[in-house]
Design a protein around this ligand. Structure first.
Ligand code: ADP
Length: 334
């Protein structure tokens, strides 16, 4: 998909690397998490010990990877990066753990997608800094205990609820990242615009920020699309009209909804008369995986008051009907 995608493209990767804030003080927004995390890090520095394990949860593009890098930088430690889907056997994890050095930060993105046997190995590693490596098979199998250096695990997940309890409990600190406010996104935008050499008016920045789905990754992506539009249309200074026209071209609407967001609302309203509908039915109808609908589209639609979760399923709110330009059904109508 064009606007929100868990896997960034090449230009985006290069730009993300250039734009990532390097210190906690440069990280925009997320006041609560930033404050809590700074206490965890300061204390560990004072104690001269590795920081407690940190779990970061929240929708894609809100800064979990960036924070992991900042944690390593603030601890003056090196960072190892891997992801849940890359750890399908306990051997994959054993290889990583056994090569860690003292104080290193291990970042596991999408940690909820790690294989079960690896998860169990991780429990022990997190708690006792030790793993048992099983050698051989069947009756001849023996396990060899292996001491690990003190390390800090930083796990990222789109939903902490997807993690098994025993794993969640072993994190000393869990930070939940929230969607960003428009003002915070403008802050991110100005920094990116300087790097991309895009000139915009205050209203131009505000227009891009307000269509950014509360997400820094999206705001950076929209800025690049506005840059393209401005370049081709020979617009030197992007004002709100120019930004709006550019983003309309890319089907990002005034509320920042992208094609998937709208597809979900349209399926709910047009096919199911507003719901309630089960999540998996909804996912099939929009041609996406259930997890994508649940962790990418839904949280934003809920935050915007366009979708509600009820025990019987997902329901479109009156605002959703109006946003699609439809008349909400009469209360109590069949
Ligand atoms: P996640 O790991 O949660 O999917 P990332 O950490 O990869 O998100 O962030 C995506 C992009 O958004 C990066 O380019 C990053 O620089 C930018 N970004 C995220 N959070 C912030 C922030 N608080 N301030 C500035 N830029 C941010």
């Amino acid at each position: 998909r064009e606007v929100v995608d868990a896997a960034p493209m090449a230009e985006e990767k290069a730009m993300e690397a250039a734009l990532r804030p390097k210190a906690l003080g440069d990280f925009v927004g997320q006041q609560t998490v930033r404050h809590q995390l700074s206490l965890v890090l300061q204390s560990s520095r004072l104690r001269g010990a590795a920081a407690d394990h940190v779990l970061l949860s929240g929708p894609p593009g809100l800064g979990k990877t960036t924070l992991a890098m900042i944690i390593a930088a603030e601890m003056d430690a090196s960072l190892r990066v891997t992801s849940g889907p890359a750890i399908q056997h306990s051997g994959d994890l054993a290889a990583i753990l056994s090569s860690l050095t003292e104080g290193e930060v291990l970042f596991v993105d999408e940690i909820h997608r790690m294989a079960r046997p690896a998860e169990e190995m991780l429990y022990m590693a997190m708690e006792d800094f030790r793993v048992d490596i099983v050698v051989g098979k069947g009756a001849g199998a023996t396990s060899i205990p292996l001491e690990l250096p003190q390390f800090t695990l930083v796990g990222a997940t789109t939903r902490a609820g997807l993690l098994p309890g025993p794993l969640r409990d072993r994190f000393g600190f869990t930070g939940h990242l929230e969607y960003y406010g428009v003002g915070e996104l403008e802050h991110v935008l100005r920094r990116s615009a300087e790097l991309l050499q895009v000139q915009a008016t205050d209203a131009g920045f505000a227009e891009i920020a307000s269509r950014s789905r509360g997400t820094p990754r999206v705001t950076n992506r929209l800025l690049r699309r506005v840059r393209d539009w401005a370049l081709v249309h020979e617009v030197d200074l992007v004002d709100d009209d120019a930004a709006a026209e550019a983003l309309d071209t890319y089907e990002v609407d005034r509320r920042g909804l992208d094609r998937l967001d709208r597809a979900v609302l349209e399926a709910l309203c047009s096919t199911f008369r507003g719901g309630p509908v089960g999540l998996s039915t909804l996912a099939i109808l929009v041609g996406e995986e259930t997890e994508t609908v649940e962790t990418v589209a839904e949280p934003y639609l809920v935050r915007e008051g366009l979708l509600a979760r009820t025990p019987r399923g997902r329901v479109a709110t009156e605002a959703a009907w109006r946003h699609l330009g439809l008349e909400p059904p009469e209360q109590g109508a069949p």
